[in-house]
Each structure stands twice: as structure tokens, then as C-alpha cells.
Design a protein around this ligand. Structure first.
Ligand code: NZQ
Ligand code: ZN
Length: 388
């Protein structure tokens, strides 16, 4: 394991089909007023809203409603949430939804007691919070982002055409998260597969870096195999509890800081995907699917041995009689076949990007240089053109 690191994860998880009842154990730890954060209404259709409200009432909580969190939450919505929290002096931010609700709750949590503009402070200057942080809890309804057990909070600013993630520290991670795989059954297929690819790509982003022998890579390979296996079952039968529960658990472990330990990590697919998202507001997992293959095929020669290992360990490619390049390329072809099986959107044009947006998307792409190839702007432009 390279480098020196510390490891702690501050989030307590409750997992399984009976997990919501543990909200009763958590609520007494916080004050009376709960800001109930949710999205566009799915939780009112599938009964999760009623179940959560019943528990809040049973625990004599005062509920302050904060619905309408959109996928890819905006800075305008963040300001609205901060206003609600300040006016009602809330004691707990309870997010009931997917990554967008959890991310939004964390962004509100560090902004309620902050005197400065949160967008400028956290997303432009990348400063850390120095104010009091309002505690966050999550009831997760979509598997994908890992937001339920990490400090990430991605916010979109449509005016500036920027989508930026701030990875906050352990003090901002949810205090608790409730993961009931059955809550994900009502997800439309498009969201389910977008979440599945998000999970897979989180693992890739950490795996495709470094050349050392690292336990994190073995953990990653196991997680990737589990995601591919369960995704095929869930595709046939979305109500297969075993598959959906494995997908939910893998999502959490794919991005809760564990498999990044001892790794430089890459994150360039996410930087490209977020820039596409800033221009199109497309579903996060789809933006990643649409940029992945042109990016990985471009960097493959720079990380050849790792791409060969990926092909053999994750996709079962046999190396006999083949060059390293052939084996590595077969691995990416197998990944592409699986992505097609899932029905992911594999180009940015279908997400709403056009040729004349390419320069702007390239400007919005944050360049990170921890993977196998540090990209320059010209390379970003040519990769984006290949994604059209
Ligand atoms: O808003 P509602 O009506 O609830 O509908 C949502 C939304 O339309 C729906 N949905 C969620 N659970 C459902 C459901 N529909 C039916 N049944 C259910 N059980 O699904 C849609 C998408 O939800 P959203 O929360 O937006 O999806 P996701 O979990 O993929 O979150 C995406 C956001 O997370 C950020 C993304 O950039 C994006 O803004 N990310 C956060 C990360 C982190 N915290 O570490 C890392 C990720 O890479 C990602 O960037
Ligand atoms: Zn992601």
C-alpha cells in the first residue's frame, strides 16, 4: 500500500428490508425540528414518504418540508434550502431520495451557518467549512452515487454552465443512512441502469491508476464482478431482492473512500461527464457511459498492464496467443458489450450535446492528472468529438 493514510467512516448504516424501523433509534439523538428533503415526488407514489412521516410523528418531530430537489441539484435550490433551514432553525436534515437529495442535504448542511456565498466558498474557492454543520441523515431510494456514505456534494450552476463536486470531510458525511433495497424497486429502468454504470465507473476511476500491487485493486475487481453479475439478473427481474441488494451494497462500497486507499485515483471520466452534464443536465450515469469508451481507448496504451489485468480478472479474457494490447482491447470490448446489454446511452449527442458545444464543454472540464495520462485541452476536445 503506497503512501500514508488514515481511515475512518463516520456514517452508520442500517441495511435490509426492515432497516427503516431503525430511524426510530436515530431520531432521538437530534433536536425537534427536521427538514424533510425529497425530490420530485417519487416517494409520494411508492409510499416511502408516508412511512417516513409516520416515524417522524411517532418521535414527535416537527417536520419542515423541503421537496422538489431536482436531479443534479442547482445552486438556486441550495439557496432555497438554506433559507428554509435558517428560518426554521432545523436540527436535522433528513434526505429521502437518491444521490441528488443526499448531496443537496450535505451542501445545505455546510451553508446554513456560513456567512459567505456557499457557491463561491465551496465550489469555486474549494474552501473547507469553518462554521457549525447541521447533521444529515439519509433514507436512500436509488443505488449509484455512494453519497449515502461519503462527503461528496455535487452542485450545478446553470448560469455559469458548471457542475462541480466538493468532497467534504468526515464531519459532513451523513451521520446515518438507511438502505432498504426494496425502496429501489420502483426506479424506472433507465435510472436503475444509469445507477449501475455510475457504481461501475466509480470503481474504474479508482482502479485505473498506479502500477503497484495494492489490496484496493483486488477489492475493486471483486466489486466490479459482483456489479456485472447482479446487473444482468436485475435487468431480467428488477424485483430480484438478492441482485438489487448486492447492487445497493456495492454502490456504497464503490465510493465510501475505502478502495481509494493507497491509490492516486483518476476521476477524468467524471470530469468529462460533469462538464457534459453542465451543458445538457443529462442523467449522471448516462453522461459517464457516453464518454467512457473514447476516454479509456485513448489512455489504454499508457496503462496497458492494468487494462490487461482488468480484461483478465473482471471479464475473463484469456491471454494465450495474444499480445498484451489485444487482451486489453478485448477487455474494453467486453465492457462495451455489457453497457449495450444494459441499454446505456453511449454517445453525448443523444444526451443533447451538439458539435458547437464541444469547446464550451472542454472549457468546463476540470483537468486532473493522477491517472495514466494527463490530458491537455486539445486531447479533451478530440475525446469529446469521439463521444458525439
Ligand atoms: O426526484 P424523484 O421524484 O425522487 O425521482 C428521482 C429522480 O428523477 C428518481 N428516483 C429516485 N429514487 C426513486 C426514483 N424514482 C422511483 N423510485 C425510486 N425509488 O430517480 C431520478 C434520479 O435521482 P437522483 O437522486 O438524481 O439520482 P442519483 O442517485 O444518480 O444522483 C445523481 C446526483 O448525484 C451526483 C450526480 O452528479 C448527480 O448530481 N453524484 C454524487 C456523488 C457523491 N456524492 O459522491 C458522486 C457521483 O459521481 C455523482 O456525481
Ligand atoms: Zn458518479
Amino acid at each position: 500500500m503506497l503512501g500514508n493514510f488514515s481511515y475512518v467512516n463516520a456514517t452508520k448504516l442500517y441495511f435490509g428490508e426492515d432497516s427503516l424501523k431503525f430511524l426510530n433509534d436515530e431520531l432521538p439523538k437530534y433536536g425537534e425540528t427536521v427538514q424533510l428533503i425529497y425530490g420530485g415526488g417519487s416517494i409520494k407514489k411508492n409510499g416511502i414518504y408516508d412511512a417516513v412521516v409516520e416515524i417522524l410523528h411517532a418521535n414527535r418531530k416537527k417536520i419542515v418540508e423541503d421537496g422538489g430537489v431536482m436531479p443534479n441539484p442547482t445552486v438556486d435550490k441550495l439557496r432555497e434550502g438554506v433559507k428554509i433551514a435558517r428560518e426554521n432553525k432545523v436540527d436535522l436534515l433528513l434526505a429521502v431520495g437518491g444521490g441528488s437529495c443526499c448531496d443537496y442535504a450535505k451542501a445545505v448542511s455546510v451553508s446554513v451557518h456560513c456567512d459567505e456565498d456557499p457557491w463561491e466558498k465551496y465550489y469555486i474557492r474549494f474552501e473547507e467549512p469553518t462554521c457549525q454543520i447541521v447533521p444529515v441523515g439519509c433514507v436512500l431510494t436509488m443505488a449509484g452515487t455512494g453519497s449515502e456514505m461519503n462527503g461528496g456534494a455535487v452542485i450545478t450552476n446553470h448560469e455559469a454552465k458548471l457542475k462541480i463536486g466538493h468532497i467534504f470531510g468526515e464531519e459532513v458525511m451523513p451521520k446515518f443512512s438507511i438502505l432498504n433495497p426494496k425502496f429501489t424497486f420502483s426506479l424506472p429502468k433507465r435510472q436503475m441502469v444509469a445507477g449501475i454504470y455510475d457504481i461501475f465507473n466509480h470503481i474504474c476511476e479508482q482502479y485505473f491508476s498506479g502500477e503497484d500491487d495494492n489490496t484496493s485493486d483486488y477489492l475493486s475487481e471483486g466489486l466490479m464482478k459482483s456489479v456485472v453479475h447482479s446487473s444482468r439478473i436485475a435487468l431480467q427481474n428488477p424485483e430480484d431482492y438478492e441482485a438489487r441488494s448486492n447492487i445497493m451494497w456495492a454502490a456504497t462500497w464503490a465510493l465510501n473512500t475505502l478502495i481509494a486507499k493507497g491509490k492516486s485515483t483518476d476521476w477524468m471520466v467524471h470530469m468529462l461527464g460533469q462538464a457534459v452534464g453542465a451543458y445538457t443536465d443529462a442523467t449522471h450515469g448516462m453522461t459517464l457511459a457516453a464518454v467512457s469508451l473514447p476516454y479509456y481507448r485513448y489512455i489504454l496504451p499508457y496503462g496497458l498492464q492494468k487494462f490487461k489485468r482488468f480484461a483478465m480478472e473482471v471479464w475473463g479474457v484469456r491471454p494465450e496467443g495474444k499480445t498484451d494490447l489485444q487482451v486489453a482491447e478485448e477487455g474494453l470490448a467486453a465492457m462495451e458489450g455489457w453497457m449495450q446489454e444494459l441499454g446505456l446511452t453511449m454517445n453525448i449527442r443523444e444526451l443533447g450535446a451538439t458539435e458547437d458545444m464541444i469547446e464550451g464543454i472542454a472549457d468546463a472540464t476540470v483537468l486532473v492528472d493522477r491517472g495514466y495520462k494527463a490530458l491537455n485541452r486539445d486531447e479533451v476536445v478530440s475525446i469529446l468529438k469521439a463521444c458525439l
